[in-house]
Design a protein around this ligand. Structure first.
Ligand code: AN7
Length: 429
């Protein structure tokens, strides 16, 4: 049986090349449902290894290398790819690992994607599908990274890109990218949740194709973060995979990836998923504490603007992912996020604030005894350091109101004198 689209609530099915992005019958989220029994003989660890030595553009992409698990049957002519993925899996040095509180910490740096965030993995899936269904215009609501990625991939595919931002709350690097890649860029007087609601209404009424992570082809691409990191580890499963939670697309995608890899026999057990939210944008954490009795929403507020989201669209799929993986949810303060970021940055790796919620979250979960100090932990860094230069400069200048710049590295000014240079040598010891 070929892969198809299937509503996770009512089970209604649609053909894979249907233009639908949410169930027409009940409004539920759609899965790209693969026939795992049919796929099992077609894929193997050796197949993925072989593709690492190939120059075929599909094999070179860290998404399409795993195409049987993303969109079976995709052709090189159809795929809109920038060779995304192939991101480094860093092993944290002793200083960063001890800050996090675990001996074994790896960081999968999704900020190394072509537009500087994990969104490129989803967007190659989504924009490829936009071409398959014959879309001319694509749209997203975005806290910034989705828009940067969609603007780039739409430009490559020759589609009109419409990006809608919550006015005033998008980091500088991300706005700059959307304008530069030629997207029609709009600020909406509202927050992300208002903006996404508007965009969804527009897609119901107008001939525009939705590329938020409600679109199931986005999530199929984002699954490859987990697939690639396991491939990099020789399919050795860590104890924990830790990810920030905003609209919960990654959380949803990771759960589906792990569930499928396990069913296909590529991994022999499941890691536990830990989702970390900002304290001021913590609807999933609230529902987790309530034992999933209530689907909470909040008016979101955090300096980590990427995850300033109060009504996450992928909530049901994230809950499913947590059930599949015996997962946990936690929350961290902006202070903890920025201090963890300073540690990741000073380790020479670097990331944007939302990504650093992972290390702050690990620290908290170790403190609470949920993660053991001897556990094998992989954190996913979702965005590049340069996405939010304002946050970096203000932190190191001690200029963030109400927050301590615990690990500030202040700019110094000297006279052009050798003595003053010599004096600098002592500053680091
Ligand atoms: C760096 O770009 O929602 O929980 O519109 O940019 O999968 O939504 C960005 C989200 C984490 C949260 N880290 O991921 C957008 C947007 C970074 C991000 C998240 C985002 P999800």
């Amino acid at each position: 049986m070929p892969s198809l689209l299937k509503c996770i609530d009512c089970g209604r099915e649609y053909a894979l090349d249907d233009r639908v992005t949410a169930c027409h019958a009940c409004g539920g989220l759609l899965d790209v449902a693969h026939d795992l029994d049919a796929l099992r003989p077609a894929i193997s660890r050796e197949l993925f290894d072989r593709r690492l030595a190939s120059w075929n553009p599909l094999d070179r992409s860290g998404v399409w290398r795993y195409r049987e698990l993303v969109r079976p049957g995709v052709s090189a002519a159809q795929a809109v790819t920038r060779g995304e993925g192939n991101t480094t899996l860093y092993t944290a040095g002793p200083k960063l690992a001890s800050y996090a509180g675990v001996a074994r910490l790896q960081l999968k740096h999704e900020g190394e994607n072509p537009t500087g965030s994990f969104k490129d993995r989803g967007m190659t899936g989504g924009v490829t599908q936009a071409r398959v269904v014959g879309a001319r215009s694509v749209i997203c609501a975005s806290t910034g990274n989705t828009s940067a990625s969609m603007a780039s991939y739409a430009a490559i595919a020759g589609l009109q890109a419409l990006v809608f931002f919550p006015a005033g709350y998008v980091a500088l690097g991300k706005v700059a990218q959307s304008l530069a890649y030629g997207a029609t860029s709009v600020q909406v007087e509202g927050d992300f949740d208002d903006t996404l609601a508007l965009v969804r209404r527009a897609c119901d009424e107008l001939p525009i194709y939705l590329l938020n992570s409600i679109n199931p082809f986005r999530l199929e691409g984002q699954k490859t973060i987990v697939i690639e990191l396991l491939h990099q580890r020789g399919w050795r499963v860590p104890d924990w995979i830790v990810v920030p939670g905003g609209n919960l697309g990654n959380s949803a995608a990771f759960g589906k990836a792990l569930h499928e890899l396990h069913a296909l026999g590529l991994i022999d057990r499941l890691p536990r998923l830990a989702i970390v939210q900002a304290e001021g944008a913590n609807p999933l954490y609230r529902s987790y504490l309530d034992g999933w009795q209530v689907r909470h929403t909040v008016r979101a507020e955090t300096l980590a603007t990427a995850i300033r989201i109060g009504n996450p669209a992928n909530y049901p799929k994230a809950v499913r992912a947590l059930r599949w993986t015996d997962g946990v949810v936690t929350e961290v303060s902006d202070q903890a996020i920025l201090d963890a970021k300073a540690q990741i940055d000073a380790a020479g790796i670097g990331c944007e604030p939302a990504s650093a919620a992972t290390v702050a979250g690990i620290r908290r979960l170790v403190d609470e005894g949920t993660i053991g100090p001897g556990d094998d932990v992989v954190a996913v860094l979702t965005g590049h350091l340069l996405k939010d230069p304002d946050a970096v400069m203000k932190y190191h200048a001690g200029a963030l109101p109400g927050l301590e710049s615990t690990f500030a590295n202040a700019m110094r000014t000297i006279k052009p004198s050798l003595d003053e240079v010599a004096a600098l040598l002592d500053l680091r010891v």
